[in-house]
Design a protein around this ligand. Structure first.
Ligand code: 5GP
Ligand code: ZN
Length: 114
């Protein structure tokens, strides 16, 4: 995807603070963190949003959640707790059109979900 900022991060055309990378997943620090821990976890394959998922993506999305669990432990929030946010589309507040999972923690996040 030519104009996708996260594809550019995947391709290292734009620098980012990468915390984990494998063949099909990239994890990097959010440039504008809302909490002490704020990591973005993305499939390297361009999917615009959750709306693009198909059964072919089940393996990578499953791996993403296991990875999130590992990152939560690595960044010290497994016990204190954390939140996973996936915004989808305009009403969901999605600003970057490449599927991403926010891992947010390191402070009490409150109960607000909508
Ligand atoms: P969304 O609102 O689409 O769910 O979240 C997009 C997130 O991407 C925001 O939290 C924003 O701070 C982050 N972001 C946008 N551009 C960049 C960038 O160039 N580098 C990094 N590391 N994060 C970015
Ligand atoms: Zn993309």
């Amino acid at each position: 995807m030519d104009n996708c900022i996260f594809c550019k991060i995947v391709n290292k055309e734009i620098p980012s603070a990468i915390v984990f990378e494998n063949e099909d997943i990239l994890c990097f620090k959010d440039i504008n963190p809302v909490a002490p821990v704020h990591i973005l976890v993305i499939p390297k394959k361009h999917l615009t949003s959750l709306n693009d998922l198909t059964e072919d993506d089940m393996a990578v999305t499953g791996r993403i959640f296991v990875l999130i669990k590992q990152l939560a432990a690595e960044f010290g929030v497994a016990e204190s707790g954390y939140r996973i946010v996936v915004n989808c589309g305009p009403d969901g507040g999605q600003e970057v059109g490449h599927l991403h999972y926010h891992l947010i923690g390191g402070k009490p996040l409150g109960k607000k979900i909508g």
